[in-house]
Design a protein around this ligand. Structure first.
Ligand SMILES: Nc1ncnc2c1ncn2[C@@H]1O[C@H](COP(=O)(O)OP(=O)(O)O)[C@@H](O)[C@H]1O
Ligand SMILES: Cc1ncc(C[n+]2csc(CCOP(=O)(O)OP(=O)(O)O)c2C)c(N)n1
Ligand SMILES: [Mg+2]
Length: 328
């Protein structure tokens, strides 16, 4: 009886709901509407696809919510609440305690309440889906379709660290790390992504388009270009790298920065007139913001080297059904 589905929910996930909200325990949660638009997003995490089976459950709880908060950040939305669908092969109290702790600590940090969900058994492995609700004044939402010719292209934080950590954990042989120092320095980026919610809010009325980088900068920027009907030039030498990546062979660091996923930093466009304001935002948030290219007329992405030479088209970026992922 102690391990019933309902006992698990009460023990690990039921929390008092915020005032005026009906949370965990009824057929639906009830969330009063607000003045702005609801921003809604969902992201599914599957064992073996999105995380290793032996990953620290505290980190996994954090990441399950972080990737969803990152979508709200990319839209310029304020987090309000989320629901959690969980499929587990068995009841593992150590895992559940760690997972719920990591999840709810990030929820508390963002004032984003867990208001419902669903819990089932699945012998094939762990699956976690968070659906998140935020709010944003309709006119201020950071959409993908507003980039204009001449806009600067910016990214927050650094790129490629999570990809390097993933390559080392997969032991695919592409990164040399004889004493483990590269993995030690990059693993946090993969396992503890920090959603840039404050940046998203600061970009309201400043950025012309934005998204969060989950599948790789080159691929994700492509979504902005298609939605906005524009092209882009990226300067590979300007991509922001951590000191660890900057010390790796440059071809490897550049590939991870351009095509590596699991980044959860924002890529956004803004007119040149916003450069001063963006410098002030970077300083206030203590977050590097780097100009990496320009929106141009036409379509598609051109990547230039430090001499202004166009590099061969970028291959790669994460695709669940693409080559290398068991797809066709
Ligand atoms: N199964 C689905 N049904 C309906 N819409 C979907 C489905 N999967 C993805 N989408 C939508 O397609 C768009 C692209 O999805 P995705 O690449 O997952 O975006 P993101 O990287 O922001 O999570 C999003 O608007 C998402 O809501
Ligand atoms: C064990 C493991 N293998 C591979 C990856 C790499 N990976 C898996 S999904 C993904 C892209 C992001 O996930 P997706 O479901 O596409 O998120 P979305 O773009 O919808 O936000 C990446 C880079 C990983 N993080 N962990
Ligand atoms: Mg998605």
């Amino acid at each position: 009886m102690a391990d019933s589905e309902f006992a698990l929910i009460r023990r690990y996930f039921a929390r008092p709901a915020p005032d005026g909200v009906l949370g965990v325990g009824d057929d639906c949660a009830l969330l009063p509407p607000t003045a702005g638009h609801l921003a809604i997003s969902t992201d599914l995490l599957i064992e073996g696809i999105h995380f290793f089976p032996d990953v620290d459950p505290v980190a996994l709880g954090h990441k399950a919510l972080a990737v969803n908060l990152s979508d709200l950040a990319a839209m310029g939305a304020t987090p309000r609440a989320f629901v959690l669908a969980l499929a587990l092969p068995k009841v593992d109290h150590v895992w559940l305690e760690g997972f719920s702790r990591g999840l709810l600590a990030l929820a508390d940090a963002h004032g984003c309440a867990l208001i419902g969900g669903d819990t089932t058994r699945n012998p094939q492995g762990i699956a976690i889906d968070v659906t998140i609700f935020g709010e944003v004044p309709a006119q201020l939402a950071l959409r993908r379709d507003g980039a204009k010719v001449g806009d600067d292209i910016w990214v927050s934080g650094t790129l490629g660290d999570a990809d390097v950590a993933l390559r080392l954990l997969l032991a695919d042989g592409s990164v040399s790390d004889p004493n483990g120092s590269v993995l030690a320095a990059t693993r946090t980026a993969l396992e503890w992504p920090q959603p840039q919610v404050a940046l998203g809010l600061a970009l309201r009325g400043v950025a012309s388009a934005a998204l969060d980088i989950s599948d790789g900068l080159a691929q994700d920027l492509g979504h902005i270009l298609r939605a906005s009907g524009v092209g882009a030039e990226l300067r590979v030498a300007d991509l922001p790298l951590s000191p660890t990546l900057a010390a790796l062979p440059s071809a490897l660091a550049r590939r991870s920065a351009l095509t590596g996923g699991d980044v959860y930093q924002l890529c956004f466009c803004a007119p040149a007139s916003a450069r001063g304001e963006l410098a002030a935002i970077a300083q206030r948030l203590a977050l590097p913001l780097t100009r990496v290219g320009q929106i141009v007329a036409g379509s598609g992405l051109r990547v230039m080297d430090e001499h202004g030479q166009v590099l061969p088209p970028v291959a790669g970026g994460f695709d669940h059904f693409g080559s290398g992922q068991g797809g066709d």
